[in-house]
Design a protein around this ligand. Sequence first.
Ligand code: PRP
Ligand code: MN
Ligand code: MG
Length: 185
Amino acid sequence: IADVQDEIDHELVSKEQIERKINEIAALVSEEYRDRDLLLVAVLKGAVNTLATFSQALSIPVQLDFMSLSSYGSGTVSSGTVTIRQDLSTDVRGRHILIVEDIVDSGRTLAWLVEELKRRGAASVEIFALLEKPSRREVEVDVKYHGYEIPDEFVVGFGLDYNERFRNLDSIAVLKPEVYQGVNA
Ligand code: PRP
Ligand code: MN
Ligand code: MG
């Protein structure tokens, strides 16, 4: 019987570390937005786990919306172009937005999204990213709330996928090399 752990080489960030960091950031955000209506925009699919844990750790009432964006195909390398798979259902004009994202890699997804939300008339746009790979950054992105910096290794879990798999892992991990051998989109 297949077990999600069978293809994992090693863990990079534990469930406990993830939760501790998200709780810290939720406390900061709850304070910062005490007097403003906040709209959380989660970038699907990767941000779904972060959004769930983060939103429940906030002590203020917020609205949630989702935008499904893709910059990766089936491989481990960003294609460089962002595609809207599914748009927001909220009119963002005049809204204070906090984008919730699982990882900043090249920065292309978030750079595009920040510009798009401003173009649509958002009053403010800030970013919370659970993970960042500074060594892979290609475009500048102003992340306000930082989680963990990780090395340039392809990671899965807590929302992050490889070929749409492993999103349900409860920690951040590196796969065994044989899992992606011979595949590079
Ligand atoms: C991944 C990840 C980020 C983005 C980061 O999403 O979840 O959204 O790539 O890469 P970048 O900084 O180079 O743009 P992906 O395109 O794989 O879609 P997914 O969230 O549905 O997995
Ligand atoms: Mn994503
Ligand atoms: Mg992906």
